[in-house]
Design a protein around this ligand. Sequence first.
Ligand SMILES: Nc1ncnc2c1ncn2[C@@H]1O[C@H](COP(=O)(O)OP(=O)(O)OP(=O)(O)O)[C@@H](O)[C@H]1O
Ligand SMILES: Cc1ncc(CO)c(N)n1
Length: 269
Amino acid sequence: MKKVLTIAGSDSCGGAGIQADIKTMDALGVYGMSVICAVTAQNTMGVEDVQDMTPDIVRAQIDAIFTDIEVDAVKIGMVSSPEIIRVIKERLIFYKAKKIVVDPVMVSKSGYHLLKKKAIDELKGLISIADIVTPNIPEAEVLTGLNIITEEDMKNAAKNIIKMGVKSVLIKGGHRCNDATDILLYKENFLVIPGKKIDTENTHGTGCTLSSSIASQLAKGFSIKESVILSKKYITKAIENSFALGKGVGPVGHLIDLYKRGGTDYGEN
Ligand SMILES: Nc1ncnc2c1ncn2[C@@H]1O[C@H](COP(=O)(O)OP(=O)(O)OP(=O)(O)O)[C@@H](O)[C@H]1O
Ligand SMILES: Cc1ncc(CO)c(N)n1
């Protein structure tokens, strides 16, 4: 079985973060492992509190895994602080980690800052060693300083981000009003991945699910382009099967959730 590591934050309500990553990995048939960078006290209505792990315990978790287990792909999500990001980058280079996906998580859907503002430069450094980075539109705006409205703007932002040294860039369109088309810049070519906006409030964890699906498919040996296309299908299906939970924004539905609710039709993933 392929082994995939998520380096991210814990979401107590189970919709995003480490919990979404492990559910996605399970659903896609890879073995999921985790390095926890922060614990959030969070529910469907928002983030109440955050406790960052120390850089030492982040380093110790990474060392524990890489000194024992061969890791086929790594997904990085919420990384909190400049010190934690520096440790992650240094350790991943040290262990010659393969197939690195960076989801540059900055602000939760409810508006809580999950990344300290002073950590943006370190985050760019981490992006430089990745195979793919998956910013949503507001994140791409922070990384580039550009204003992104149209598909052409998304392409320009991708060209700008690729200069950071990353091999490919997926700009996610989920934050646009009427469309969920994503744009991949890969080997100097653009791939427009069309998506229709699904009318649901329950989109907690969409970005985490997409990036851990990409890491899982890369681990299985698919190319970046194939992994992104398969993952767009997975996230679309997961949003179609999202459900109400608690009083706020409910989570996307993974294969496992569907089984529990008696469903069987989950496409080819
Ligand atoms: N309502 C929707 N209908 C269809 N696809 C969507 C919808 N919302 C998001 N997506 C898709 O989900 C994927 C994740 O994109 P999104 O922009 O939501 O990520 P994100 O903002 O990083 O998520 P998160 O808030 O979990 O960090 C993309 O492929 C995007 O196009
Ligand atoms: C821990 C965590 N990671 C990522 C997100 C996505 O916004 C979130 N809400 N919580």
